[in-house]
Design a protein around this ligand. Structure first.
Ligand code: S3P
Length: 434
């Protein structure tokens, strides 16, 4: 299915963006590993998380959908060997967290995914897991499918060579069932939902600053108790209506219940640096995380240099930041984001191509890109190739809402992986997308 976004009036109103993808994956997986019945509410029912639900079912957990977005999960305190290969679809988070979880149990499992996921690097997870004692065979180049034989693990001390919460989380989940104390050093901190949620399921972890970076330690042999999780709204999804409101004159929107974990809100900081009128209200705690409402009004934006050390806290948000930059005056320099090239697509290449097709000046570099604009709406008027990447599609559709001419994306079905009913959500705020 194609979608087209046309320039229209302001965005106004109140809405709750879909639930957080990172937290939804983790809730189902930890509940499956726990001993007893957990409840997970407000779970994102996008394709990625539904693939994780199917995976944990194949690994022996009982899952019931008790209502819209509500799941009851009976975990057995361990994972069981699956009968068939596990297909994680498009989900990097799903497959990498599952690898870490499976590693801890004496079972064999083969994991695979769609064409995009089968192109993505898995060595970053398999290497530390193999150091812990997992036997693993994967396709050439460290790709999926991968077959893991878990169990009998020993703890390791590991410094993350790439800033990746998925790698960290896989090691922590394996560490839960390893002998000894597993220690991880993060030279750059990444989202800590796994650490927070493990504590919510009764595990003990240590965390603290050291000269080498942030240290996390988990002792092996801990059992997880059931928990009740309510997933907050996803700041990475909120990012799209937020930027749409910032670039569309007259807009004023409130997005409710958004996750405000400081390791996820780098985009909000960057947009404020650019001059955005973006405020937080009603800040409160919910199941181990901070949430609140984000209120945004149309704002003239100026280009900025995004500090590279901010990258892990907004790595999925650079495509939509680049769209904000296309409406700003001056240069927006985004560097230190080479990780964007190994996401659902090569996002640096696709944003460069897509924005250029819409008449925006973009310079591509090995580990980043620079957008230059003059503060007036760019021409738009293009049909953009997304190669099935949900965030590339949403970013260009948002551009089309405020460009001089409509923007089409060649494939929009994949938007459902993270933002089910995106077009309808945006239409309710006043956007013209169909
Ligand atoms: C995620 C971590 C990030 C992010 C992804 C979700 C997570 O990936 O891009 O969308 O839930 O842990 P990396 O760990 O590869 O940086």
């Amino acid at each position: 299915m194609q979608l087209e976004a046309r320039p229209a009036g302001p965005l106004t109103g109140v809405a709750r963006p879909p639930s957080d993808k990172s937290i939804s994956h983790r809730a189902l997986l930890l509940a499956a590993m726990a001993d007893g019945v957990s409840q997970a509410d407000q779970i994102l029912e996008g394709a990625d998380v539904l693939a994780t639900a199917a995976a944990v079912r194949a690994l022996g957990a009982d899952l019931d959908r008790t209502g819209e977005d509500c799941w009851r999960i009976r975990g057995r305190g361990r994972l069981a060997a699956p009968r068939d290969d596990i297909d994680c679809g498009n989900a990097g988070t799903g497959v990498r967290l599952l690898m870490g979880a499976i590693a801890g149990y004496p079972i064999r499992a083969t994991l695979t995914g769609d064409a995009s996921l089968r192109r993505r690097p898995m060595r970053r997870v398999l290497d530390p897991l193999m150091q812990m004692g997992v036997r693993a065979v994967c396709a050439d180049g460290g790709r999926l499918p991968a077959t893991l034989d878990g169990g009998g693990l020993s703890a390791i001390a590991y410094t993350l060579p790439v800033a990746s919460a998925q790698v960290k989380s896989a090691i922590l989940l394996a560490g839960l069932n390893a002998e000894g104390l597993t220690e991880i050093i993060e030279p750059e901190r990444t989202r800590d939902h796994t650490e927070r949620m493990l504590q919510g399921f009764g595990a003990r972890l240590e965390g603290g600053e050291t000269p080498a970076g942030w240290r996390i330690a988990i002792a092996g042999g801990q059992r997880l108790s059931p928990a009740h999780i309510r997933a907050p709204a996803d700041p990475s999804s909120a990012a799209f209506p937020i930027v749409a409101a910032l670039i569309t004159p007259g807009s004023h929107i409130r997005l409710t219940g958004v996750l405000l974990n400081p390791l996820r809100t780098g985009l909000f900081e960057t947009l404020r640096d650019m001059g955005a009128d973006l405020r937080i209200e009603n800040e409160r705690a919910e199941t181990g995380e901070t949430i609140g409402d984000v209120i945004v009004s149309h704002s003239p934006l100026r280009g900025v240099v995004v500090p590279p050390e901010r990258a892990p806290s907004m790595i999925d948000e650079y495509p939509i930041l680049a769209v904000a930059a296309a409406f700003a005056s001056g240069e927006t320099i985004m560097r230190g984001v080479g990780e964007m090239r190994v996401k659902e697509s090569d996002r640096i290449a696709l944003m460069t191509q897509g924005l250029r097709a819409c008449g925006v000046a973009v310079e591509e570099e090995a580990d980043g890109f620079i957008v230059t604009a003059d503060g007036t709406p760019p021409p738009g008027g293009a049909r953009v190739a997304t190669t099935g990447d949900h965030r590339i599609a949403m970013a260009h559709l948002v551009l089309g809402l405020a460009a001089r001419a409509p923007v089409k994306v060649d494939e929009a079905d994949m938007i459902d992986t993270s933002f089910p009913a995106f077009a309808a959500f945006m239409r309710r705020l006043g956007a013209d997308i169909s």
